[in-house]
Design a binder for this molecule. Structure first.
Ligand code: FAD
Length: 372
């Protein structure tokens, strides 16, 4: 059989394009993934506790894009959920991003009040102020707070997360750390925040349900490409691998999840608790908080960042350094040369961290601009 498109990768990028191409254009697609499941890094499954576990780390959907929300709502109903994160600092758990509630938990009442008043004399209530900007302030309280947040929340977490110091990473990483002048404890403030009611995998199965989509799992596209007839390739895998590492390999940070089932109702207060300073893991996720509040037991994942090795583990986060960006720019030029025959899309081909909604949005745009 001849296909109009061969798509490499059944994550959000590949799956949304497969759905669009078959529903809107009535064309034939073969979609190939080397893993034994659909969904890419968003894949989830029920464990023996009856808890829906996110295999590749916690995924909370959030977006400000009405278009993305409405598109996905055709394929799932939603469980409304606003993600909250606590960080264990000085023996206490404080909300992240650092806000007025965090101040109240960590400092004596009078000092917390003084800090809050000083902040509001300098900045607007409800805004997020990057701590790098606060460090430029002449005010000693503001400077102290910026240094406190940098040291207690960011510095050691960054070293654990990346295996590099903040100075070795692109400055965009530290420039994003804010103090939020608010009592809003949610991690995101987006207009739409939810978890697919039947889970992410069910959402992917719905997106892939057309009879014109031929799904092949457990297969590297390189082993199939010569035996399959198709007109155009859509590639959502690693860009350096596509070009046989012509310009060297692009480093990733990987993760190891120590999954533990517990015979207790809940292990921790909410889905995510970060440990910036103690231990060698970065965070503990308790999946039951996302969706399965009725389950008898509970399941947690203790997350250990580690070096990426293609033979041993998964590529999770592109490492944001200037050197790596320089290598990626060379691959970008290679991709441009193939623009007529291959569409490159997704977090691995773009060598950049993207949220799910950004990938869905980029896939919808790619369909309109490059395929229709
Ligand atoms: C730990 C972690 C937590 C995250 N949490 C959130 C969150 O809370 N909210 C949020 O919005 N986003 C989150 N994200 C981001 C989210 O995972 C991505 O936006 C999304 O998975 C990107 O989809 P994708 O299709 O580009 O890539 P992927 O999901 O990685 O899909 C690419 C697929 O291509 C396949 N593939 C690669 N090479 C080949 C090959 N040679 N042959 C066949 N198949 C191949 C892979 O197996 C993979 O399944 C998180 C990411 C990580 C790493």
């Amino acid at each position: 059989m001849k296909y109009d498109f061969m798509i490499v990768g059944a994550g959000f990028a590949g799956t949304v394009l497969a759905e669009r191409i078959t529903s809107e254009l009535n064309k034939k697609v073969i979609i190939v993934d080397k893993r034994n499941h659909v969904g890419g890094n968003c894949y989830d499954y029920y464990d023996t506790n009856g808890v829906l576990v996110h295999k590749y780390g916690p995924h909370a959907f959030h977006t400000n894009s009405k278009q993305v929300w409405e598109y996905l709502s055709n394929y799932t109903s939603w469980h409304f959920y606003s993600h909250k994160v606590l960080a264990y600092v000085d023996g206490k758990k404080i909300p992240l991003p650092f806000n007025f509630n965090s101040l109240d938990i960590l400092f004596p009442k009078k000092i917390a009040e003084r800090f809050a008043n000083t902040l509001l004399e300098h900045y607007e209530f409800g805004t997020k102020i990057p701590i790098l900007k606060m460090l430029e302030s002449q005010n000693s309280d503001i400077k102290f707070l910026a240094e406190f947040i940098y040291n207690k929340v960011f510095h050691f977490y960054t070293i654990k997360q990346w295996g590099l110091t903040p100075e070795e990473l692109d400055s965009s990483v530290s420039s994003r750390v804010p103090i939020y002048l608010s009592r809003d404890d949610r991690y995101f403030q987006d207009s739409f925040q939810a978890i697919p009611k039947a889970g992410y995998t069910a959402l992917f199965n719905n997106l892939l349900s057309s009879k014109n989509i031929h799904l092949v799992l457990n297969a590297d596209y390189r082993d199939l490409i010569d035996s399959i007839e198709f007109d155009k390739l859509i590639y959502t895998g690693e860009v350096d691998a596509f070009f046989d590492y012509l310009h060297g390999s692009l480093p990733y940070r990987s993760l190891k999840f120590d999954l533990q089932q517990k015979e207790m109702e809940y292990f921790q207060e909410l889905a995510q608790v970060n440990y910036p300073n103690e231990f060698d893991f970065t965070r503990i996720t308790e999946f039951k908080h996302f969706l399965n509040r009725g389950a008898a037991g509970t399941t947690i994942a203790i997350e250990y960042p580690e070096t990426y090795n293609p033979e041993l583990n998964e590529p999770y986060y592109p490492v944001p350094t200037i050197e790596n960006q320089y290598i990626f720019e060379k691959y970008k030029k290679e991709m441009q040369k193939l623009a007529d025959s291959v569409i490159f899309l997704g977090r691995l081909a773009g060598y950049k961290y993207y949220n799910m909604d950004q990938i869905v949005g980029a896939s919808l745009e790619t369909f309109e601009k490059k395929i229709v």
